[in-house]
Write a protein that binds this ligand. Structure first.
Ligand SMILES: [Zn+2]
Length: 172
């Protein structure tokens, strides 16, 4: 490989990594404490020869209204960072599950007062409802109030120990 080409390859790798970091930092419009990197929504970032950044995302919920906001925010962030053009691809398979949430994301949810998904989505399918710990006091004496919380992606629960209501990030 000629030196010029080698430098170009290094530049491309660095630019791709930068594009990934910028895209990963875009906050979830519904839970702003989480980024799409935390959620596992960001699947891949490619830098094309013409300088276009291609971003693959997998929506958390099909038809989740937040997705169109994500898409625009990712595009805006990358254009602002100097990338010439951005193409967002939605990848539906494999489907996103709460198992893709990073451990850091679960901690951030709890600190924000939202109970993170309990256990594995696959296990829940077998054993039914989750055991949900109160994000405030950690008690397992909790009960579901409503299948829908402040958004469709969350359910409303209540802790019978500290009697506080809280959002539960639904496991699926
Ligand atoms: Zn509690």
């Amino acid at each position: 490989m000629a030196t010029d080409q080698r430098i170009a390859a290094i530049d491309t790798a660095a630019a791709r990594m930068r594009a990934w970091e910028i895209a990963a930092e875009v906050p979830d419009p519904e839970v702003p404490v989480l980024t799409i990197g935390d959620l596992g929504v960001l699947r891949d970032v490619r830098l094309m020869e013409d300088g276009t950044v291609e971003v693959d995302i997998t929506p958390t919920y099909t038809g989740c209204p937040a997705m169109s906001v994500f898409t625009m925010d990712i595009e805006t962030a990358l254009l602002k960072a100097g990338f010439a053009s951005v193409k967002i691809r939605t990848v539906l398979s494999p489907a996103w599950t709460t198992d893709w949430l990073s451990d850091g994301a679960r901690e951030k949810l709890r600190a924000y007062g939202i109970a993170p998904p309990a256990g594995k989505a696959s296990r829940r399918a077998l054993f039914g409802d989750d055991e949900v710990a109160c994000p405030r006091c950690g008690s397992l004496a909790t009960e579901k109030v409503s299948e829908f919380g402040s958004t469709a992606c969350k359910a409303l629960w209540r802790c019978t120990a500290c009697s506080e209501p809280f959002d539960y990030f639904k496991c699926h």
